[in-house]
Design a protein around this ligand. Sequence first.
Ligand code: PLP
Length: 391
Amino acid sequence: MTTPGPSTKSVHLTEEVDPTTRSVVPPIVANSAFAYPDVASWRAVALGEAEGHIYARNSNPTTDHFEAKVAALEEAEAGTSFGTGMAAIFTTLQALLRPGDRVVTVKDTYGGTYLLFTEILPAWGVECDVLDTDDHEAIEEQVRAGCDLLYLESPTNPTCKVLDLQRLAGAAAEVGAVTVVDNTFATPINTRPVTLGADVVLHSASKFLGGHGDVLGGVAVGSKALVERIYGLREIIGTGMDPQVAALMLRSLKTLGLRVERQNETALAVAQHLATHPKVTAVNYPGLPTHPHHDVATRQMDGFGGMLSFAVEGGFPAVETVLGNLRYAYLAANLGQVETIAGPPATTSHVELTDDERAIAGIPEGLVRYSVGIEDAADLLADLDQALAAV
Ligand SMILES: *Cc1c(COP(=O)(O)O)cnc(C)c1O
């Protein structure tokens, strides 16, 4: 037998036929509590001596399925799921950090995450060093200066920088620091950070994993020991995923490979097309040989992802004109869904930040962030051409 590929895992893994109904699709278990025939068997489950579930804030068979599937796709031992991506990120950080600990991270993290490191965690006595995203030497130096947790994101939002995960996770391992990677943009179809040395991998499942823009969710995967620590906090504070959402996520995961491969292909075609357009002054896409991190991206990624950004001659007013004229792109804050979505960073990835904070974080304003959907590539190219012609 071959080792199953990602799409085989997406479709088959953990999908045991339900013995009572023989349903091919696992039934959605939507309840609060699980009943037992006697106190002894209930107690055995409660003490962890027997398999089973007690109360849905702790665990549920439908969310278990989702967690096992994402863990398999990420080549991780275990996973635990959340109501949103931010719930996954904050619960993970809260579970792994203590006052006095030191975090090393980069400027180009998701806007909400950036605020955790610049405002929320420092208020709880966690020192956070937020460094220039491109500067691998400076990141390594600060990790060696003393670090408990290294937090990375790749490719980044909205400029699509790619970090060398193997190199940086290696530096963190040398000083005994835990490496946490937000893999939302790459998806496990394109990059599996655990195989590059990451300890915990996070997702906003609201994006590519869910893929249809109709649910919010998050997930953390990694070693059994680390996931147990994260789960230990999650089950107490109640940041877990709802089983109805998990069922929608499971349905979405079945087409993750199909969607992301299509999005990779179309995003590359769009990036190549825009790179030759006279009104486009810059295109950020790791699949272009001109991208500063193209070599790392080629080594680390099986595909370059469905996200890109570009700058238009004429600055922000031109960006507004292009966005206003796009026909096959929703002007919205989400990304990674089957519909193409576009917007400026000020109203998408970094909407939580003030103008000043965006400037400090180095987030350019005159950009169009473009999340490629599964529409026909020719239609998207023609749409971009007519929108740019209006500038
Ligand atoms: C959207 C996003 C998040 C936050 O996820 P929510 O599900 O919206 O809470 C975190 N990281 C990245 C990279 C994202 O794009």
